[in-house]
Design a protein around this ligand. Structure first.
Ligand code: NDP
Length: 270
């Protein structure tokens, strides 16, 4: 039986075991998938122990995605661009690192929410690890441009510079955002975790699709979007399931049907 896990700290809240168990039922495959709490600073030790005990792959969540990048011996192009790894597989004793977050988001937007990214003006708020993962897959869909705004200006300027080889992306400070509507607003800050909302002008989201990477509850960003005439508002639960499906496929070569699982998980978290 294939043995998988998700490593993080904290890890109790993780929905990954439930999602992967649902995927395995669809294909009638027996897997084990466990939550592993790693002490901070001991990711490599935790991961090595899991591999020695027969682990064939694992997911990596906060705060270890950068450690997982350094731990990988071979990297996919998405992982390389992101500088972070959320999926590891062991094959012929080699540690392969992949990042499925960005393509997970793109799949949720395109397949589940029926939204094209091509020729769209997209504002991304936040320039942390999640933004590093989503920039390349979004730019590969040929948006008109990405406006990347962050509280700490130098981080958005650096990311805009690093990713400009994949498409048009401009860095800003949060205070430089204009009140003019864009097509898509993505909240990739961690503000929602603290029940906070970045300070944004309301006119921005009129008629726009507003997407919060955070999932589970109506976040302050989602409320702001509803209050300011967004066309469509979504949390990041679909992204969570889509990135998991890509990991499952990376490990086992099988593409799960995600829409039924999204509905099932939605009933659990709401
Ligand atoms: P990081 O800690 O790497 O980055 C946090 C970002 O949020 C920084 O840009 C930071 O700005 C900004 N920020 C934090 N608080 C505020 C605030 N009050 N106002 C304005 N900006 C703020 O986090 P990640 O990038 O890893 O994660 C971001 C979010 O994405 C989290 O909510 C996470 O749960 C979610 N996520 C969801 C996934 C899914 O599958 N749905 C997958 C991955 C992530 P500054 O640089 O100025 O500090």
């Amino acid at each position: 039986m294939n043995r998988f896990a998700v490593i993080g700290n904290p890890i109790n809240h993780s929905l990954s075991p439930m999602i992967h168990n649902e995927f395995s039922k669809e294909f009638n495959i027996k897997i084990s998938y466990e939550k592993m709490l790693s002490p901070i600073g001991e990711f490599a030790l935790t991961a090595e122990k899991f591999i020695q005990n027969g682990g064939s792959g694992f997911n990596i969540t906060l705060p270890f995605k950068i450690d997982a990048y350094s731990f990988s011996e071979e990297l996919t192009s998405n992982a390389k661009a992101a500088g972070a790894v959320n999926t590891i597989k062991i094959e012929n004793n080699v540690i392969f690192g992949e990042n499925t977050d960005g393509t997970g988001l793109v799949n949720d937007l395109e397949k589940n929410l029926n939204q094209s990214l091509t020729d769209k003006e997209i504002l991304i708020i936040g320039a942390g690890g999640a933004t590093q993962g989503i920039l390349k897959p979004i730019l590969e869909k040929n948006p008109e441009k990405i406006l990347l705004a962050n509280r700490t200006l130098k981080k958005s300027l650096k990311l805009a510079n690093d990713f400009s080889k994949f498409g048009k992306v401009c860095g800003f400070g949060l205070d430089q955002i204009k009140s003019k509507p864009v097509d898509i607003v993505i909240n990739a800050t961690s503000a929602s975790i603290d029940g906070e909302m970045p300070n944004l002008p309301g006119g921005l989201c009129e008629g726009a699709l507003c997407y919060d990477l955070m999932y589970g509850i109506e976040t302050p960003f989602m409320k702001w979007a509803h209050d300011n005439s967004a066309k469509m508002v979504s949390d990041g639960l679909g992204m969570l399931v889509e990135q998991a499906a890509l990991s499952f496929n990376y490990w086992l070569g099988k593409k799960p049907n995600t829409s039924s699982i999204i509905s099932l998980i939605r009933e659990t978290v709401d």
